[in-house]
Design a protein around this ligand. Structure first.
Ligand SMILES: *Cc1c(COP(=O)(O)O)cnc(C)c1O
Length: 392
């Protein structure tokens, strides 16, 4: 067998992530690799840290990218803040809350669940009543933007309730960072993790995290060693810590960090609030298009996540066949439903660089034409003009 270079097809990525990577980020990734203790690299790391602080709206000293995907950022927060025997409240309204529970249990701690239906936001009243009944809980964990359902929960309110009961918060902001309002310091979030491949439009494989002073104190006061050597923040800090003599912990993914640096420079150039507004306005145009076509949104308007649109599948349509045709005939990727929503919804992402009118018109036109050719019960030909009208 002869093997040659791999040349991936050029797709438009409008699923739950990864999203389209900005060309400036791709070219940053191709710059020469230098040593991860090289002074030029260390300077880049310092800039990266302050760009992340901007994106997360925090002054937290411990704000770094974990060298692994969002799931590793999740695990970093859980293994460092929780010890065996602890009691943790986990709010679940989709797939990712379930993974939080799994993390808590693998540590040997107890997860007390606050459950809401898939497609609904985390209910602050339910959280409060669980905290009232369980005085020995010291951590509350929840997902800000549930990518499995397209729901944005009220992180500010949930955090303030956790604080009222003396709890620290762990927040999943993998899909919200760079796409929806997120203010770590103002809202009082203690530990937060994100990902690079959603609204930052960077390649997958890094997980920005941030920890408050209170969170760091809790880590310092641990009675047991962090169960993961690689994710133990006491050790990672020796490499990323300000002023600390950088000591070898693991080889940083040098070029991937160039990519993240460029992604954050792009975000800063646009302005954080402009990026949030862009996601919201484009979501409204996409919504008008889908509704004109006759497709319905899963989530109530007030809880919709602009960057992830969960829309119902028309009666009698083979949804996997539609996605297959979109990919093969249009080079367009959209997402399937996950877990309880498998076969019930499509998940259309409008993340970062992929969130623009050209993509919206392309996506609506392609879905319209595939569904029309399958004789699906939709209003053919209405979606694109409705989206254009919304944007005008
Ligand atoms: C994508 C995602 C993750 C996991 O990130 P990976 O980079 O795939 O490990 C976690 N939480 C949410 C809400 C996500 O959307």
């Amino acid at each position: 067998m002869s093997v040659s270079s791999f040349n991936p097809p050029v797709r438009t990525l409008m699923g739950p992530g990864p999203s389209d990577v900005h060309p400036r980020i791709l070219s940053a990734l191709a710059r020469p690799t230098i040593g991860h203790l090289d002074p030029a690299f260390v300077q880049m790391m310092d800039e990266l840290k302050s760009l992340l602080q901007y994106a997360m709206q925090t002054k937290n000293e411990l704000t770094i990218p974990v060298s692994a995907p969002g799931s590793a950022g999740m695990e970093t927060c859980f293994v460092n803040l929780i010890e065996p025997g602890d009691k943790v409240v986990v709010c679940q309204n989709g797939v990712f809350g379930g993974r939080m529970k799994e993390n808590v249990e693998r540590i040997g701690a107890t997860a007390i669940m606050v459950e809401d239906d898939w497609g609904k936001a985390v209910d602050p009243d339910k959280l409060e009543s669980v905290l009232k009944k369980n005085k020995d809980v010291s951590i509350v964990a929840f997902v800000h933007a549930e990518t499995s359902t397209g729901v944005l929960s009220d992180a500010k309110t949930l955090t303030s309730i956790a604080k009222k009961y003396g709890c620290l918060t762990i927040v999943d902001a993998v899909t919200s960072l760079g796409g929806s309002e997120l203010k770590v310091d103002e809202w009082g979030i203690d530990a937060l993790y994100s990902g690079t491949q959603k609204c930052l439009s960077c390649t997958p494989g890094l997980s920005p995290v941030t920890f408050s002073e209170r969170a760091i104190n809790r880590i310092k006061e641990r009675k047991t060693k962090v169960q993961s050597w690689f994710l133990d923040l006491n050790l990672v800090m020796g490499y990323w810590g300000e002023g600390a003599k950088r000591s070898y912990h693991h080889t940083a993914p040098v070029n991937a960090l160039y990519g993240l640096h460029e992604a954050l420079v792009l975000l800063k150039e646009e302005g954080l609030e402009n990026a949030w507004n862009r996601h919201q306005l484009h979501h409204l145009a996409l919504r008008d298009g889908f509704e004109a076509m006759g497709l319905n949104f899963l989530v109530k308007p007030e809880h919709r996540l602009p960057q992830l649109n969960a829309v119902g599948i028309p009666e009698g349509v083979d949804e996997a066949e539609v996605r297959k045709r979109l990919l093969l005939d249009y080079n367009l990727e959209i997402g399937a439903g996950l877990g309880a929503l498998a076969g019930k919804v499509w998940r259309v992402g409008l993340m970062g660089h992929a969130c623009n009118m050209k993509n919206i018109i392309f996506c609506l036109g392609a879905i319209d034409s595939v569904l029309t050719s399958m004789q699906a019960p939709i209003n053919s030909g209405a979606a694109v003009s409705a989206a254009k009208l919304a944007a005008s």
